[in-house]
Design a protein around this ligand. Structure first.
Ligand code: HEC
Ligand code: HEC
Length: 301
């Protein structure tokens, strides 16, 4: 009996030791991912100041950025979990606590298009791998709008990821959230199609609208990395949308109700902001989604 207990003790002790070593390794990996620096020479982009450009920037901001950074650009607490840490989506204005006080034009391009802050470290969660697709004109318009926004005095606590948060980051439990790692920083720029009610322009809106980070790279559906999120369904012609009309799609994005009466969870799917797009832009997106071929990888929902 004694011998067995002794052996059990040794086995248990070794297991605990192994778990602690694994945790220490993952914390080290997570920390080095957060502290890694990327040497990015951002493209020089014209930032016009005319009212049409600023209005264009406001439109894109309100449909694409406001869900995280707030309608008034003052930021939101975005992710705040006592056990894992906090990652605010910062104040973008020149008010107290805002990045507008220090950011240069190049800093905006580096952050939005490449997912890298001025000190070279990667931004977390911020979907730059989608914003990478913005044309120079649209990116210039977004930056023009941000630079002209009313300053908001709203400081946020510094970003912090607990040891447990770093373990989960290193283990990939949040999914791919440090997009600077996968963006092709020096490759040829993606082409930006002409605006129009076309599937080609719809693809541009789907790319820049961040649909793929949640619905999967080929939009056939996937489980988003955000804790507690429902499955993000297949949006291609092999999914539910095959039976929808363009009007159904527009109504779903404006009301959060699908034609089959399902209420889309606004905490995990930014329909309210996507629904701010014009009928033309929503129709273009729908045309693109419908044009996607039925794939053999069936979604689970
Ligand atoms: C899904 C949420 C989300 C969306 C959508 C989003 N952001 Fe962010 N953004 C964040 C978070 C979170 C951070 C902070 C990341 C960090 O500290 O690691 C951030 C950081 C930034 C920064 C860098 C701030 C700094 O501290 O240096 C800029 C600039 C920025 N966002 C602009 C934008 C713009 C412009 C858009 C729309 C085109 C946008 N963001 C859309 C979540 C988001
Ligand atoms: C932050 C993650 C996220 C982003 C970004 C996102 N979605 Fe979703 N989407 C979801 C989730 C999760 C659901 C399922 C919600 C539910 O079941 O309540 C969903 C549901 C939907 C639905 C309803 C589908 C059905 O079969 O009922 C449509 C349509 C949709 N999304 C389109 C889009 C489009 C188009 C974009 C890009 C412009 C987009 N989504 C961006 C997470 C996201």
């Amino acid at each position: 009996m004694r011998k067995i207990l002794k052996w059990l003790g040794i086995i248990l002790g070794s297991l605990i030791g192994l778990v602690l070593i694994l945790a220490a390794v993952l914390i080290t990996i997570g920390t080095s991912q957060l502290n890694k620096t990327y040497d990015i020479e951002p493209e020089t982009i014209a930032i016009p100041t005319d009212s049409d450009t600023i209005a264009r920037g406001q439109y894109i901001y309100s449909t694409t950025c406001a869900s995280c950074h707030g309608d008034n650009l003052a930021g939101t607490s975005f992710f705040d979990d006592p056990a894992l840490g906090n990652i605010p989506a910062p104040n973008l204005t020149a008010g107290n606590g805002g990045i507008g006080n220090t950011y240069t034009d190049a800093d905006y391009v580096r952050a939005i298009r490449h997912g890298v802050r001025p000190d070279g470290t990667p931004l977390m969660i911020m979907p730059s791998n989608a914003f990478y697709y913005f044309s120079d004109e649209d990116l210039g318009a977004i930056i023009a709008y941000i630079k002209n926004a009313t300053p908001q005095n709203q400081p946020w606590p510094a970003k912090r990821l607990s040891p447990m948060g770093r373990i989960l980051l290193a283990a990939g439990a949040f999914g791919d959230v440090l997009h600077a790692e996968t963006i092709d920083h020096t490759g040829p720029r993606p082409t930006a199609p002409a605006q129009g009610v076309t599937a080609v322009y719809g693809e541009y809106l789907v790319n820049t609208g961040d649909c793929r980070n949640c619905h999967g790279p080929d939009l056939t559906g996937q489980q988003p990395g955000e804790p507690g999120a429902p499955f993000a369904p297949n949006l291609t012609s092999s999914g539910h949308l095959a039976d929808w009309s363009a009007e159904d799609f527009i109504a779903a994005m404006r009301t959060g109700q699908t034609p089959d009466g399902h209420e889309i969870d606004g905490d995990f799917m930014p329909w309210e902001h996507i629904g701010r797009m014009t009928d033309d832009d929503l129709t273009a997106m729908f045309l693109y989604l419908q044009s996607l071929p039925t794939t053999t990888t069936e979604s689970t929902k």
